[in-house]
Design a protein around this ligand. Structure first.
Ligand code: ADP
Ligand code: MG
Length: 701
């Protein structure tokens, strides 16, 4: 279809091979289309021309039309500058350059009408503009006129080659003149009509050269609509294929394993949320379709148990199951927990991590192949090629955001048929985001904590209150509780005034001296065995305080720990703070989270602390996080690569639009699942085109 869109950028008037190379390297622009979809980041109103006698020192940007009446070179060395006196008949203003002086003087003519644009300064009774944009007024007439002037992001390297924002705008100008009348619609007419969108050509034209603010809004909407719509369409279509076409193992039976676990080993009542989620899972795995389910549940909501019971169903149907955890500590903990849960039952459970010895490994491999080993728990080690199952039926991935898409796909390949997949995460993801990043997954939510948990009390203390805080910790220890103290990553920030773990550890051992007190320490630079040994002491209640970096962030479960102190709390993101806080509040005792900061806090830092002290609700925190940081920083989006691929839409801000286009896509697919109808051919074509171009952002498999 749009063939010229695929032309190499070097063939565009004003580009050529040298600039093309720069555009490739610096902005990833290879084709006409790439440039066309390189959108401005802001607009400045250029409809008004100021007169020099109207100026006041508070104007942000001004545009004047006039002539240069003379030049002067002032100063020497680094202070050397070129001054041009610019007059519009009502007054004179000085245009000043410190760089590129000789080039600029040569290129500017006296007595020629120019349009000058820039931020005015006021000094010694005179107005000036430092490094203004200067444009020949006559030549400007050959440029597409726009009320609002688009500004493009560039880089230092581009600027050095004079590819600044204005130059990019010129290239857009050349491109749009070239493409006039040739830009084909990418949405079917019926959608454009029904949803009152403007045409693609008009939208692209106005996104670069807005004729007025109103049409700019419409152009933005049209382009965002299209971008988000095709993402949703693609995700929903994949999902529908999986549900209607894929074959999954059928786990029909609930048998000996689950039943005896339920009757003799389950130490407590399941919460209603756990029951509901198990029902959802059972429905999936009994359906003959492959399950691809995301299980969201706040820290401590009891996801492990749900995973275990799902695995037991797999076993009851003659299959094997595995759990993959992101860290060795967690894998070990899962192993211990599950062994304990299954105590006395004839289920074979194995552990495979980076530290598993070669001999043990060999035995594991054998028993996996011959089917003796029924449940395998481990880390990344699970996805090594040497690990082969006899018949893997269910894969549980814990704390999913730690794994990249490619890694997950590897697990998939271990079978003729894909196993059922249950992804568990304690990072609540706002709906619109999960709809997009994990769009192909069905979502279950455990929105209820086991009974008897008291909400964690969170308080914010300034560093000056540390002694008082230590006093409080001593009281807690006296009552038999244990304490976490967490620091930002070790050694990362020497220059800044952050306490790092080493200092912290010292001052804590001073405040809590042996033999009365004992302190463990765990950080990322320790060897796995050292970490595990230290962790073990704390888990067993042999140490009172665990000083750690964020390695303890995910999953660790120590019900007797009742206080989480987070040092330099302003340095952590919201989801991280929430995860850390979730390490406590797991037992029946009142738990506390103490956020320590200095007096100086950035606005955002303060907001994060405020949100943390106000709510324990993970979803509320996730929404706030998305608003504060934007989706690019939210865990999970990095791996998906999606947030960075969006040209115009914003997952954090365009939540309503996402829902809107998803409903539209849903409706279309309900009527025409394979997009075979004539009016939907363009949709099918575009989907193919997009999926050929982009990484597959849609999921897990
Ligand atoms: P997470 O969802 O963070 O992985 P866990 O699975 O580690 O949570 O569960 C946290 C704690 O709650 C564990 O000690 C677990 O045994 C306990 N637990 C799980 N379900 C229940 C329940 N229904 N009633 C009481 N305690 C439960
Ligand atoms: Mg967990």
């Amino acid at each position: 279809m749009n063939n010229y869109l695929n032309r190499e950028i070097k063939f565009l008037t004003g580009v050529g091979p040298k600039r093309a190379e720069l555009l490739n390297k610096e902005l990833g622009i290879y084709t006409f289309e790439d440039l066309l979809y390189y959108f401005p980041y802001k607009y400045i109103d250029r409809s008004k021309f100021y007169r020099i006698n109207e100026l006041n020192p508070n104007l942000p940007y001004i545009q004047i039309k006039g002539k240069i009446t003379g030049f002067e070179m002032i100063g020497v060395g680094r202070k050397k500058r070129l001054v041009a006196f610019f007059s519009d008949g009502t007054g004179v203003i000085e245009l000043v350059w410190f760089k590129g002086i000789s080039y600029i003087q040569k290129s500017l003519l006296l007595n020629t009408e120019y349009i000058v644009f820039g931020k005015p300064g006021y000094f010694g009774g005179k107005y000036n503009i430092i490094h203004p944009e200067v444009e020949n007024a006559l030549k400007a007439q050959h440029v597409i006129q726009a009320k609002l002037k688009a500004h493009y992001n560039t880089t230092e390297k581009l600027k050095k080659s004079f590819l600044h924002s204005k130059a990019i705008s010129k290239l857009q100008n050349n491109l749009l003149i070239h493409l006039k009348g040739k830009i084909k619609e990418t949405l079917p007419d019926y959608l454009v009509l029904k949803y009152k969108l403007i045409s693609l050509e008009k939208a692209l034209f106005n996104i670069h050269f807005p004729q007025n603010p109103d049409i700019l809004k419409k152009a933005t909407l049209r382009l965002k609509f299209e971008e988000l719509f095709y993402i949703q369409l693609s995700i929903l279509q994949k999902r529908s294929f999986r549900i209607h076409k894929s074959h999954g193992f059928i786990f029909k039976k609930v048998g000996e394993n689950l039943n005896s676990f339920y009757e003799t080993n389950l130490p407590f009542e399941l919460t209603n949320a756990q029951k509901r989620v198990l029902k959802e899972i059972r429905k999936d795995i009994g359906s003959g379709k492959q399950m691809n389910r995301l299980l969201q549940g706040d820290v401590g909501s009891g996801k492990t148990l749900v995973a275990l019971m799902s695995m037991l169903i797999a076993l009851d149907n003659g299959f094997q199951a595995c759990i993959m955890a992101p860290t060795e500590i967690l894998a070990n903990q899962h192993f211990d927990t599950i062994k304990e849960f299954l105590d006395g039952l004839p289920v074979n459970v194995g552990l495979l991590t980076g530290s598993t010895k070669q001999s043990a490994r060999k035995e594991l491999h054998e028993n996996l192949m011959n089917g003796k080993l029924q449940i395998l728990i481990g880390t990344h080690a699970l996805i090594e090629d040497t690990v082969q199952f006899q018949n893997l039926g269910l894969v549980v991935i814990d704390e999913q955001h730690r794994f990249g898409v490619a890694q997950r796909a590897k697990l998939w390949k271990k079978n003729v048929h894909p196993p059922h997949i249950l992804v568990m995460t304690a990072t609540p993801i706002p709906r619109t985001l999960s709809m997009t990043i994990y769009g192909d997954l069905d979502v279950s939510v455990i929105d209820e904590l086991p009974p008897g948990r008291k909400p964690i009390k969170t308080l914010h203390l300034y560093d000056s209150k540390r002694l008082r805080m230590f006093g409080f910790l001593k009281q807690q220890i006296e009552q038999g509780r244990q304490i976490y103290i967490v620091y930002p990553l070790i050694k990362e920030s020497e220059k800044m005034d952050y306490k790092d773990l080493e200092d912290g550890y010292e001052s804590i051992t001073r405040a809590f001296p042996p033999p009365k007190y004992s302190v463990s320490v765990v950080h990322g630079k320790m060897k796995a065995e050292e970490k595990d040994a230290a962790m073990e002491l704390f888990v067993k209640g042999k140490t009172h305080i665990m000083v750690a970096t964020t390695v303890i962030e995910v999953g660790v479960n120590i019900p007797n720990a009742s206080v989480m102190v987070i040092e330099s709390a302003e340095r952590f993101g919201l989801s991280q703070l929430h995860q850390l806080r979730g390490r406590v509040g797991r037992g029946a005792d009142q738990s506390y989270c103490v956020l320590m900061t200095g007096y100086k806090l950035s606005n955002e830092g303060r907001k994060r602390i405020d949100i943390m002290t106000k709510t324990n609700d993970g979803f509320e925190i996730a929404e706030a996080d998305l608003k504060l940081r934007g989706p690019g920083d939210i865990e999970g989006t990095q791996q998906s690569g999606l947030a960075f691929d969006l040209k115009i839409a914003n997952l954090g801000q365009d939540t309503q639009l996402i829902q809107y286009v998803r409903d539209i896509a849903d409706e279309i697919l309900a009527d025409d699942p394979e997009l075979k109808k004539k009016e939907n051919q363009l949709l099918a074509y575009q989907l193919k085109r997009i999926s050929n171009k982009k990484v597959d952002f849609s999921v897990i498999s």
